[in-house]
Design a protein around this ligand. Structure first.
Ligand code: NAP
Length: 320
């Protein structure tokens, strides 16, 4: 990628701890040798020298104290861990790690979860635990099942196609209307109730914004067909957990995968751990490798410096 004539740039990293810096440096070196990678607290790098900061949960005020910062790079798909800082430099570009590898991994997770709900994997796990051989079959096949995806962005659009490849009917919902091959696309709040009524499995791949907060609630669950499943891989703020537990306990919903929680790590006495219709996973839906994220950000920095719009640009006005 780098032709060797680019101006030197300084990138500080706070993601994975100081121990991860050598790995970040190696991956950036391979694709953008003009970018010097340093640990965020490296005392030999004065704040004036920093061009880019690749961060996870930066201490409030630290980014604002870098007067020559050109852009902030979020080491994850979400940016709440940066925008929570009242002083984050909102006049500068903020980029999310939106790698193709993360979309691939998320799609794999959702396929796993949707199939596990379809085939009642929980029942198999329970049977094995008590050494019980009890042949059973579930009601329907993928071809008789509609999967609805909330959010048709980088993750949702890729996931929709992979789930469709398994034979499911797939419908999706986003803010602006999409045109995706083989996917029935819905848009806007007015179309949401009719969308929910079709979903045998509902997948949440929305960002955390004031508009999407609490979108997975009793009201939503009541609209889903009886026996529907939930795959929640968006953000903790989307889900009203007690409403989900009530819908599962009333057997209105059949089961759920929950990968994201309002408070992470999930406390050990949270009822979700022990619920027999819930799979809890520790926010593992789609973390991309450091290599993929370094390649992604090196590419976006190059685009940005050529005056082009980089991918994964956070837009404060829309909140994602
Ligand atoms: P993205 O490309 O920004 O896509 C977001 C999608 O949500 C877009 O289709 C957008 O509609 C839609 N949307 C946003 N607000 C909406 C609203 N009010 N009404 C209807 N649709 C709305 O984001 P992404 O990269 O696909 O990631 C999506 C989310 O997945 C992230 O924000 C995060 O919450 C979650 N995630 C989870 C993990 C994990 O490990 N569990 C990892 C990565 C990401 P438009 O297309 O019209 O803008």
């Amino acid at each position: 990628m780098a032709a060797g004539h680019e101006a030197k740039r300084v990138l500080v990293v706070k993601s994975g701890g100081e121990a991860a810096v050598a790995e970040w440096r190696r991956h950036f070196q391979a694709v953008a040798p003009h970018i010097d990678v340093h640990w965020w607290d490296d005392a030999s790098v004065s704040p004036e020298r920093v061009d880019y900061a690749l961060v996870w949960e930066p201490e409030p005020g630290r980014l604002a104290a870098m007067p020559n910062l050109r852009a902030t790079l979020s080491s994850a798909a979400g940016v709440e861990h940066i925008t929570a800082d009242p002083a984050w430099p909102r006049h500068l570009p903020l980029l999310r790690a939106a790698t193709p590898e993360a979309s691939q991994r998320m799609s794999e997770y959702v396929c796993m979860a949707v199939l596990a709900l379809l085939r009642d994997l929980k029942r198999m796990v329970r049977q094995q635990a008590v050494h019980r051989w009890d042949m059973f079959t579930t009601e329907r096949a993928a071809t008789d099942t509609c999967v609805g995806i909330l959010g048709l962005g980088a993750m949702g659009a890729h996931t929709a196609q992979m789930v469709r490849g398994l034979g499911f009917e797939v419908i999706g919902w986003s803010r602006s209307r999409k045109a995706l091959d083989g996917i029935e696309c819905h848009a806007g709040d007015d179309e949401l109730p009719a969308f929910f009524e079709r979903c045998d499995v509902l997948v949440c791949l929305l960002p955390a914004t004031p508009e999407t907060e609490g979108i997975l609630s009793a009201k939503t669950f009541a609209l889903l067909p009886k026996g529907a499943g939930l795959v929640h891989v968006g953000r903790g703020s989307h889900l009203r957990y007690d409403d989900l537990a009530a819908a599962l306990d009333a057997s209105h919903l059949c089961g759920a995968f929950i990968d994201v929680f309002e408070e992470e790590p999930l406390r050990s006495d949270h009822p979700a751990w022990a619920h027999d219709k819930i799979f809890v996973t520790p926010h593992v839906g789609a973390m991309a490798s450091r290599r993929a994220r370094a390649v992604f950000f090196a590419t976006q920095i190059a685009k940005f410096e050529r005056g082009e719009t980089p991918d994964g640009l956070y837009e404060p006005a829309r909140g994602y």
